[in-house]
Design a protein around this ligand. Structure first.
Ligand code: ADP
Length: 452
C-alpha cells in the first residue's frame, strides 16, 4: 500500500468548495494552494489559502485545463490535488493524469470515476451487485423504433436521460408515444451542447418520487461505511435547493435496506474514497438506484452535522492511505440538519442568475448554524459560474426545532445589492407541508406559484 503523507494540496476549484477544502487542510495542518481565474481574483478563498496562483485565459477553461494545473502543482511542490465538485471532479483522465505525475488525486480510482460517469453503465454495474434499478434501455438509443418499443413495454411516462449528463440537463419526460421523437431530439441536442456527448437512454418515469441518497466512505483496505441518508427532494427543475439529513419521513425498513444495499455494492465494487449513491423512492416505498456521484457533494455538510465526521478531511486521509476514521458501529446519528443553497438568482424573475456588487452582507450565526459562503460587502458576484454563493446549514435535535432554527437563521441573513433566493427559503421553511415532512421531487415546482 502506497501510504504517503500529504503536505500540500492544490485545490482545482473555486467558490465555497475551495474554501471548504482550505478549512479541512488548515485543520489537518496541510498547506493549501489555490488557483484562480482573472475574474476570481477577489474571491475570499483566494485570500484564505496559504498560496494562490492566477490562471490566465478564459475564466472557465482555466479551471478545466488540467495539464496546466498539474504542471503548476508540480512547480509549487503540491503533492496532492483536490478537485471539489463540478469542473474536473468527475474526469477520469484527469485523475489518471495526476497519478501518472505522482500527484495524489483526492478522490476515487479513475476506473470508478469513468464507470459512474456513464449513467447507463452504472445502472448495469449496480444491478449486477444486487441494487434495484429502474427498467429501461441499457444501450444508447440509436434506433428510434426499437427505443419506442422499449418505452411502450415499460409504459409511458418514461424519461429520456443523457448518459453522461448532470445538473438536470439533457432530461425529458415523455408522457405519450407521439411526443417521443421530438423529446428525444431535444434531449440529445441539449446533452451534446452541455456534455459533448449526445448518448441518451430511456428509463421508467417514477411519479412523485423522493430523492434519497446515501453517503458512503471507503478506504484502500476494503473497509466501507455509510454515513446515513440525505433527502434531496426539494428541487426546482430537477436541481436540488434544500437538503435534509436524515429524511424526516422515510420508512425505517426502507432506510435500512437502502443503507445496506449501498454499502454492500461499494464493497463488492472495491470503491475507494467518498461517494454518494442516489435513489428514487416511489409512493409504495420501492427504491431504485439512479446514479452515483464519485466526489464530495454540495450537501455533504448536513451529513457532517449529524455524524460529527469531517468528510473532506476523511477524503484527504484516505488518499494518504489511512484507514477509515471510524467503524460503522461507532457512528452516532444525532438530530436533523437542513441545508439551504443560497443562490444569486432572482425568484421574482424566473430565477435568472443575478450578478453585481453586494452592498449589504449580514451573515447569520448562533447555536447550530454553519455558513459555508463566499459573500461579503462589495464582493462582485460574477456571471461566469454557478450561481450558488453559499450554503446555510442548521442542525438541531428534533425536526420542528431544526425548521424553526432554519427560519431564524434565514431571517438573520441579509444580502442586498443583488437578488438572492433567501426569500424563497424563508417561504419553504414556513410552509405547512414542508414542516410536516410531506414533500417529494414535485413539491417545489408545484408550490412556487403559491409563494409570493
Ligand atoms: P442529474 O445527474 O442531471 O442530476 P439525476 O439522474 O441525478 O440527474 O436526476 C435528477 C433528478 O431528476 C432526480 O432527483 C429526480 O427529481 C429526477 N429524476 C431522475 N430520474 C427520474 C425518473 N426515472 N423518474 C422520475 N424522476 C426522475
Amino acid at each position: 500500500m502506497d501510504a504517503r503523507k500529504i503536505t500540500k494540496v492544490l485545490i482545482a476549484n473555486r467558490g465555497e468548495i475551495a474554501l471548504r477544502i482550505i478549512r479541512a487542510c488548515k485543520e489537518l495542518e496541510i498547506k493549501s494552494v489555490c488557483v484562480f481565474s482573472t475574474i476570481d481574483a477577489n474571491g475570499v478563498w483566494v485570500r484564505k489559502a496559504d498560496e494562490s496562483y492566477l490562471l490566465k485565459g478564459d475564466p472557465i477553461q482555466a479551471y478545466l485545463d488540467y495539464k496546466n494545473i498539474v504542471a503548476l502543482a508540480i512547480e509549487v511542490g503540491a503533492d496532492a490535488i483536490h478537485p471539489g465538485y463540478g469542473f474536473l471532479s468527475e474526469n477520469a483522465d484527469f485523475a489518471q493524469y495526476c497519478i501518472d505525475h505522482d500527484i495524489a488525486f483526492i478522490g476515487p480510482k479513475p476506473d470508478h470515476i469513468a464507470l459512474f460517469g456513464d449513467k447507463m453503465a452504472s445502472k448495469i454495474a449496480m444491478k449486477a451487485v444486487g441494487v434495484p434499478v429502474l427498467g429501461g434501455t441499457d444501450q444508447p438509443i440509436l434506433e428510434m423504433d426499437a427505443a419506442i418499443r422499449v418505452a411502450r413495454e415499460i409504459g409511458f411516462p418514461v424519461i429520456i436521460k443523457a448518459a453522461f449528463g448532470g445538473g438536470g440537463k439533457g432530461m425529458r419526460i415523455v408522457k405519450k408515444e407521439e411526443e417521443f421523437i421530438p423529446m428525444f431530439e431535444a434531449a440529445t441536442k441539449e446533452a451534446e451542447r452541455f456534455f459533448g456527448r449526445g448518448d441518451a437512454f430511456i428509463e421508467k418515469y417514477v411519479q412523485n418520487p423522493r430523492h434519497i441518497e446515501v453517503q458512503v466512505m471507503a478506504d484502500k483496505f476494503g473497509n466501507v461505511i455509510h454515513l446515513g441518508e440525505r433527502d434531496c427532494s426539494i428541487q426546482r427543475r430537477h436541481q436540488k435547493v434544500v437538503e435534509i439529513a436524515p429524511s424526516p419521513r422515510l420508512n425505517p425498513k426502507v432506510r435500512n435496506e437502502l443503507l445496506r444495499a449501498s454499502k454492500k455494492a461499494m464493497f463488492k465494487l472495491g470503491y475507494e474514497s467518498v461517494g454518494t449513491v442516489e435513489y428514487l423512492v416511489d409512493e409504495d416505498d420501492n427504491f431504485f438506484f439512479i446514479e452515483m456521484n464519485t466526489r464530495v457533494q454540495v450537501e455533504h455538510t448536513i451529513t457532517e452535522a449529524i455524524t460529527g465526521i469531517d468528510i473532506v478531511q476523511s477524503m484527504i486521509r484516505i488518499a494518504e492511505g489511512e484507514p477509515l476514521p471510524t467503524m460503522q458501529e461507532d457512528i452516532k446519528f444525532r438530530g436533523y440538519a437542513i441545508e439551504c443553497r443560497i443562490n444569486a438568482e432572482d425568484p421574482k424573475n424566473g430565477f435568472i442568475p443575478s450578478s453585481g456588487r453586494i452592498t449589504t452582507y449580514l451573515s447569520p450565526g448562533g447555536p447550530g448554524v454553519r455558513l459555508d459562503a463566499i459573500g461579503f460587502k462589495d464582493y462582485v458576484v460574477p456571471t461566469n459560474y454557478d450561481s450558488m454563493i453559499g450554503k446555510l446549514i442548521v442542525v438541531g435535535i428534533d425536526w420542528d426545532g431544526v425548521v424553526r432554527k432554519a427560519r431564524r437563521a434565514l431571517d438573520e441573513f441579509i444580502i442586498s445589492g443583488i437578488p438572492t433566493n433567501i426569500p424563497l427559503h424563508r417561504q419553504i421553511m414556513r410552509d405547512e407541508d414542508f414542516k410536516n415532512g410531506i414533500f417529494n421531487t414535485t413539491y417545489l415546482d408545484k408550490k412556487l406559484p403559491t409563494f409570493t
